[in-house]
Design a protein around this ligand. Structure first.
Ligand code: PLP
Length: 369
């Protein structure tokens, strides 16, 4: 059975060139802290990737610390001895559950269109009574794809004397990220959402901000993240960064395919379907919708039996399909609470879309009965 991958917000396949970069680095297997020739070769490779990463996000004024992925980068930003953390209610669990002791967490409301409510943020910042606070708002939501007003949130945060972090795992490689323009203090990126390997990510920290490490040891990464670096993973990450221009050039094609799928779903289910985040600015590849009366488990099984990979809400929790915190925050109608997320890549085709739509029609007819 041909597998159709409509679940690229969960992870992506590494491309042959990324695999080749990983293999080449494993091929000489040196520790980038070693002073011999191969150690220096590995260290040089890592510095090249660090520079390439700075280039793709306009991050010349940021220090970059490589991590084991987006989760660790998010935790690093949050565990910095802040008095208060203001976090949007729709944050990924690697932010939402990263709650340091002795730190007050203030949750920020979400509007029905899937955007963070900046007036709620503003109101809560007014009463912050602290200058030692962090605001954390993701750049694009992993379930809805809705792109958030980070630049405005950064302005507000700085006005009240705090720092701002953005989890950019889902915007990175899907829209152009310009850290200088957004004016944020910390950013999280992850390699496996951009056709790089899993287990690699980075936190970008504005120069001049001193962070304390989460992991202690031999003092790697300037003492901010100890542990032998994942050279091969970082090499693969670096190779994946080289595909950004190609990805951006194909965004329109991805958007057209997503819009085609949504319009066909509307034809199939009419008033029995609700799309989430459709009235906001979204990443081109993501569609999030629910059929009236659908059941989370059975719909996933239905598509899986046909070889179609999709997600029910956030897939990152451990294979569970519990109700989406994001939809709850958006005050979605409970009749439409068992949502499906499809997330495309530049390689998905119209033929695949037609197979998916046929499967959806079948499922819809089943629940209608
Ligand atoms: N943040 C967001 C928005 C994500 O979608 C994910 C993964 O799904 C993460 C963070 C976690 O990143 P990683 O899997 O690299 O730990």
């Amino acid at each position: 059975m041909k597998i159709i991958n409509f679940d690229h917000n969960a992870s992506t396949q590494v491309s042959p060139s990324v695999l080749a970069a990983i293999n080449a680095t494993y091929g000489y297997g040196a520790n980038s802290s070693s002073t011999h020739t191969l150690g220096r070769k590995a260290a040089m490779l890592i510095e090249t990737v660090r520079e390439d990463l700075r280039d793709v996000v306009n991050g010349q004024n940021y220090e970059i610390y490589f991590t084991s992925g987006g989760t660790e980068a998010n935790n690093t930003a949050l565990f910095q001895d802040f008095d208060k953390i203001f976090m949007a209610k729709f944050e990924h669990s690697s932010v939402y559950n990263a709650r340091p002791q002795n730190c007050e967490i203030v949750e920020i409301e979400i509007k029905e269109n899937g955007e963070v409510d900046l007036s709620d943020l503003s109101e809560k910042l007014k009463n912050a009574n602290s200058k030692n606070f962090l605001v954390t708002i993701m750049h694009a939501n992993n379930e809805t794809g809705v792109i958030q007003p980070i630049k405005e949130a950064a302005k507000l945060t700085h006005q009240y004397g705090g720092l701002i972090h953005s989890d950019m795992v889902q915007s990175f490689g899907k829209i152009k990220v310009d850290l200088e323009d957004l004016n944020i203090d910390f950013a999280t990126v992850s390699s496996h959402k951009i056709n790089g390997p899993q287990g690699v990510g980075a936190i970008l920290v504005r120069r001049g901000i001193d962070i304390k490490p989460l992991i202690f040891g031999g003092g790697h990464e300037n003492g901010k993240r100890s542990g032998t670096l994942n050279n091969a993973g970082i090499a693969g990450f670096g190779e994946a960064l080289k595909t950004f221009d190609e990805k951006f050039a194909k965004l329109q094609k991805v958007r057209e395919l997503r819009d085609f799928i949504e319009s066909e779903i509307k034809k199939i289910a009419s008033d029995d379907v609700k799309f989430f985040g459709q009235n906001a600015n979204r990443t081109a590849n993501t569609s999030y919708f629910a059929l009236r009366g659908a059941d989370s488990q059975t719909q996933l099984i239905h598509f899986d039996l046909k070889g179609i990979m999709i997600s029910a809400g956030s897939a990152c929790s451990s294979g569970t399909t519990k109700a989406s915190r994001v939809l709850k925050a958006m005050k979605a109608d409970p009749e439409f609470s068992n949502a499906i997320r499809i997330s495309l890549s530049v390689d998905n085709t119209k033929e695949e879309a037609l197979v998916f739509l046929e499967a959806l029609k079948e499922y819809y007819q089943k629940i209608k009965k």
